[in-house]
Design a protein around this ligand. Structure first.
Ligand SMILES: NC(=O)c1ccc[n+]([C@@H]2O[C@H](COP(=O)([O-])OP(=O)(O)OC[C@H]3O[C@@H](n4cnc5c(N)ncnc54)[C@H](OP(=O)(O)O)[C@@H]3O)[C@@H](O)[C@H]2O)c1
Length: 391
């Protein structure tokens, strides 16, 4: 049963395959959340087991959720489950296809997590009433389906979810039914990648009992991360410290985007143009907060839109004097001080001013200095400040 029924791609082949194995098959077009339509169908074809697999996605960050986008996702899960409970009658199995999103949450899946958590709770409620019920919170399935959409598949894989072979997942389902489980999570998880994101900003008692998932967490670990990075930067001059932090930022950007390494991340290209969206922006914030041991705002990537801009911010917080803008301004102040006193002889003074003129010309794309020849020292510094955005 699905809204498309026989018109769904592959429906005819699937029905034929099932008939070959000796089953009687009815493919019906029915919106399972439509109570009247479902009642009519079940009146014609009574069932002795329910496998509820209907589901749709409408992902988005939490503050982009609307009542409509929540309803779209809740309807085929919650309304449909209640309809099936009310209308299917006595059954030997009542199986609900839930999702790992209900167990752990899922990036951009607030509505979907809630819908599936409802299924898990509903299975508990049926079981408490002495009725059969099994809700399986699945991790990612391979072989087609909701998890296959490219961006979602990439996000899941980066988050440590490996698609399960359908045969293996069906075997797990069989075992869950044999064991009469009520709510069970079945997922193939790469714990290193999963915990890197999941436990990045706060300790997670949910997974703390899983040996593979144990990571250093809490304020002590964050202080250690900060101390570790600070210690690493301690011997560096401000420019080298900035470069080291930039390398860390580029590595983390590469990890979020699934690129081979930081070398693949241009430092000054806007992260948005590299493929960042609101979810990956939060992921990057979490990773950098963990690796640098800093409290960082959720708006990090929006306020500091390139790897370079983020590195400037972080270096400024991790190392006093590592902000390159400050360092350049400090150097300029030294030049200014030297020029405004008699400490330089005439030849040196001319050399310094010529150098500054060349610098300004070069930064303007090689355009001739023009009125620079007549510029006073003060005008030169103003111009330099404007050219380099240092004012
Ligand atoms: N694939 C995964 O990795 C994964 C992971 C965790 C959980 N799950 C859960 O497993 C179930 C199956 O997922 P899938 O990946 O196989 O998705 P899928 O290929 O998109 O299948 C979902 C099916 O639900 C049907 N459907 C949607 N709304 C319906 C409604 N109101 N009434 C009747 N049928 C409806 C769709 O057909 P129509 O559009 O024709 O109605 C479609 O055939 C879903 O409940 C999903 O939440 C999947």
């Amino acid at each position: 049963m699905s809204r498309q029924g026989e018109a769904a791609p592959g429906a005819a082949d699937l029905a034929a395959e099932l008939r070959e194995s000796g089953s009687e098959v009815v493919v019906a077009a029915c919106d399972v959340a439509d109570r009247d339509a479902l009642a009519a169908l079940l009146g014609r074809y009574p069932v002795n087991a329910v496998f509820h697999t209907a589901g749709v996605l409408d992902d988005g960050v939490l503050d982009a959720l609307t009542p409509d986008s929540a309803a779209i996702v809740l309807r085929p899960k919650t309304t449909a489950t209640h309809n099936l409970h009310d209308l299917a009658g006595e059954v030997s199995a009542f199986v609900l296809f839930s999702s790992l999103a209900s167990t752990t949450g899922g990036a951009g899946q607030g509505n979907y997590a809630a819908a599936n958590a409802h299924l898990d709770a509903f299975a508990e409620r049926r079981r408490a009433a002495g009725l059969p019920a099994t809700s399986v919170a699945w991790g990612a399935w391979g072989g087609g389906g909701l998890a296959e959409q490219e961006t979602r598949a990439r996000r899941m894989s980066q988050g440590g979810l490996t698609p399960m072979r359908p045969e293996l997942a069906v075997t797990a389902l069989e075992q869950a039914l044999d064991h009469d489980d009520t709510v069970i999570t079945v997922a193939d998880i790469d714990w290193d990648r999963f915990t890197a994101g999941f436990a990045a900003t706060r300790p997670s008692p949910l997974i703390s009992g899983i040996p593979e998932a144990v990571v250093p967490e809490g304020p002590a670990a964050r202080a250690e991360a900060r101390t570790g990075l600070r210690a690493r930067l301690a011997g560096f001059d401000p420019r080298s410290a900035h470069d080291a932090v930039l390398a860390e930022v580029r590595d983390q950007v590469a990890a979020v985007l699934g690129r081979a390494g930081g070398d693949d991340v241009p430092a000054t290209k806007p992260l948005k143009d590299l493929g960042f969206d609101s979810l990956t922006a939060v992921d990057l914030r979490n990773r950098l907060a963990a690796s640098c041991g800093l409290d960082l705002p959720a708006t990090l990537v929006f306020d500091h839109p390139t790897a370079e801009a983020i590195a400037v911010l972080l270096a400024g917080q991790l190392v006093a004097g590592a902000d390159p803008a400050e360092a350049v301004l400090r150097d300029l102040a030294g030049v200014e001080a030297a020029l405004s006193t008699d400490t330089l002889d005439a030849t040196t003074r001319t050399r310094v001013l010529t150098r500054l003129r060349t610098l300004v010309d070069d930064s303007a794309g090689g355009e001739p200095g023009g009125d620079l020849d007549d510029a006073t020292d003060e005008e030169m510094f103003d111009l330099l400040g404007t050219k380099f955005g240092l004012s």
